[in-house]
Write a protein that binds this ligand. Structure first.
Ligand code: DLZ
Length: 163
């Protein structure tokens, strides 16, 4: 059975010792790894800063963003996992690959989240080029890996304030 948090409001992220009990899985795509690993490092640092224990954060690598839904499902099936953070970076190329991968990835991750009733963050950049991706993975526009990590913590708080 996954850990139960005490009831807290979603805006109360600063001071939650309950985060120490959480087990979080990060599923990260190896495609565009200079980007996705920067997102992963941002997510890990954020979780630890909020009180999640490093030993309770597990990282699983999948080949590309197309594999993120199944990788997330493998993690969601594990009874001790409280939330999953899926991280990827899909960069527009010359073919229609981009559209198919984005679409499959987004729908697949949402399916896992709803099927397993578990927060599964969509930390996937869908950019026109590498420059835009760099700006969003620790550059001037922040780090979407951090935002994905924040999203799952907030969803766990929302879950515990509604049940
Ligand atoms: C094939 C492919 C392409 C063209 N582009 C990307 C990308 O920008 N980002 C990404 O994460 N993965 C890409 N892939 C790989 C697919 O996600 C997938 O790994 C392969 O099609 C094998 O199923």
């Amino acid at each position: 059975m996954a850990t139960k948090l005490k009831k807290e409001t979603a805006s109360d992220l600063e001071s939650l010792k309950e985060f120490k009990k959480l087990h979080i899985a990060i599923v990260v795509a190896e495609w565009n790894s200079s980007i996705t690993y920067a997102m992963m490092n941002g997510a890990i640092d954020f979780l630890i800063a909020k009180g999640v224990k490093e030993k309770n954060i597990e990282v699983h690598k999948v080949p590309g963003a197309f594999e993120l839904p199944l990788g997330s499902q493998y993690c969601a099936e594990k009874k001790n996992i409280d939330a999953v953070i899926a991280l990827g970076c899909i960069i527009q190329g010359e073919t229609r690959h981009f559209d198919f991968i984005c679409d499959a990835c987004a729908k697949g991750i949402m399916n896992v989240s709803l099927t397993y009733n578990l927060p599964v963050a969509f930390g996937v950049l869908t950019t026109e080029n590498e420059k835009q991706a760099k700006e969003r993975s620790g550059g001037k526009l922040g780090n979407k890996g951090v935002e994905a990590a924040e999203a799952v913590l907030k969803m766990l708080l929302i879950r515990n304030s509604t049940i």
